[in-house]
Structure formats: structure tokens, C-alpha cells
Design a protein around this ligand. Structure first.
Ligand SMILES: Cc1cc2nc3c(=O)[nH]c(=O)nc-3n(C[C@H](O)[C@H](O)[C@H](O)COP(=O)(O)O)c2cc1C
Length: 199
């Protein structure tokens, strides 16, 4: 099996811990050969608020708590990065967490930064695009944009964690959610909780 090549974007919605757990799971997964990581400018504010991580310097190292082995970081301004082109082979893209602003840009094809452009490319090449949206409550614009994105081929995968595995902290909750995300793109995780009804 050829190693997978995936793109991960973090945007300015709440739920930075979910993005961090996704990056860690992909770094640890031997089926994955390359991860392209883009953090939106506004995600930096949320990363500071929620995880106490300040600035862009060494962000990846801080998120992974180790030197990256396969993950490379790009800025959202770098619209010339490889993932901005459909000619670059990719197995898909995950936006976790996905803000309503980024959802709007993707749903309406703005392609105005690397995140929106890479998502646009993912859709046009008919590759998997998972938008892990987070907002509550939703207004009609959000709902319309989710429908538009779905019609274009994206999967709306809201940051709605499970409780039946009885998580004791936000990391456990995020890890289990990430297991569901990765199973959806063909990377079932060892240790993922699987519901078993009494037989
Ligand atoms: C602490 C914090 C939490 C936020 N949570 C959300 C959220 O859950 N969902 C959302 O759509 N926007 C949220 N926002 C607002 C977005 O960060 C803002 O709309 C931003 O422009 C999104 O930009 P981006 O999509 O380029 O990252 C939050 C902002 C802050 C500072």
C-alpha cells in the first residue's frame, strides 16, 4: 500500500485540542507518509486561548510535543504550495476545527488563501474533504453553506464528540472523535472505542 498523503487545516473555531490530537495521530500512523499542515491566521488566537500556544514559531513542534517526522507546515498566504495544485497527488483534506468563515469560503469557492484553495482543489479532484465544523447555534447562512459544501462533495463532520465511551477529559474526547474522522477516510485506529450492544 502506498503511504497516504493528507492535508490538515486548523482554523479559528473553538476546539484546538481536536486539531492537535489529529496531527498527533497522523504523525504516529505508519500508513501516512506526508501531512501538509496549514493553520489559519485566526486559529493562532484560538490556539493561544485554548492551548496556551503563542505565535507561529515552532507551532508544529509544540502541537506534536516532538520534532515532526512527516508533517510540513505552510502559511495560509502561501498559495503557491504544492497542495494548491490538483496535479499534486493527495488522498484528501481534513479541516479540524472548521470555522463558519472558512466553511463559507470553501462552500462558495473563494479559494482566497491556501486553506480555501486546497479545499477547492480537493473538491474539483473529487478527493475526500472533511469539514469538522464547530459553532452553536447555527444560523441559516451556516446551514446553507453546509448544504452547498455537501452538494459539492464535502462531508460535514461536525465536532460533536461521543459520550458513550465515558471520556474523563477533553483529550480523551478529542482522541475518540479523531478516531471517527480517520476511520472515515480509511485509517481505522487501534484502540478506537467501538460500541457493542449486549448480545
Ligand atoms: C476563542 C475564540 C473562539 C471562537 N470559536 C469559534 C467557533 O467555534 N466557530 C466559529 O465559526 N468561529 C469561532 N470564532 C471566530 C473565528 O475565529 C473568526 O470568525 C475568524 O474570522 C475565523 O477565521 P478563519 O476561518 O480564517 O480561521 C472564535 C474566535 C475566538 C477568538
Amino acid at each position: 500500500m502506498t503511504a497516504m498523503n493528507l492535508t490538515v487545516a486548523l482554523t479559528g473555531a473553538s476546539g484546538a485540542v481536536f486539531g492537535r490530537e489529529l496531527l498527533r495521530a497522523l504523525e504516529a500512523d505508519e500508513r501516512v507518509g506526508r501531512v501538509h499542515f496549514v493553520a489559519s491566521e485566526n486559529s493562532l488566537r484560538v490556539l493561544a486561548e485554548e492551548l496556551g500556544l503563542k505565535g507561529r514559531n515552532d507551532l508544529l513542534e509544540k502541537l506534536l510535543a516532538a520534532a515532526p517526522k512527516k508533517t510540513v507546515q505552510h502559511t495560509d498566504a502561501d498559495i503557491g504550495a504544492a497542495i494548491a495544485s490538483g496535479s499534486y497527488p493527495s488522498n484528501g483534506m481534513i479541516v479540524l476545527p472548521c470555522s463558519m468563515g472558512t466553511l463559507a469560503a470553501i462552500a462558495n469557492g473563494l479559494a482566497n488563501g491556501l486553506i480555501a484553495r486546497a479545499a477547492d482543489v480537493t473538491l474539483k479532484e473529487r478527493r475526500p474533504l472533511l469539514l469538522c465544523v464547530r459553532e452553536t447555534p447555527f444560523n441559516r447562512i451556516h446551514l446553507r453553506n453546509m448544504t452547498l459544501a455537501t452538494e459539492a462533495g464535502a462531508v460535514i463532520f461536525p465536532v460533536i464528540p461521543a459520550f458513550y465511551n465515558k471520556p474523563t477529559d477533553s483529550e480523551q474526547m478529542a482522541r475518540q472523535f479523531v478516531c471517527r474522522v480517520l476511520a472515515h477516510i480509511g485509517l481505522p485506529q487501534p484502540g478506537a472505542y467501538v460500541w457493542k450492544a449486549d448480545e
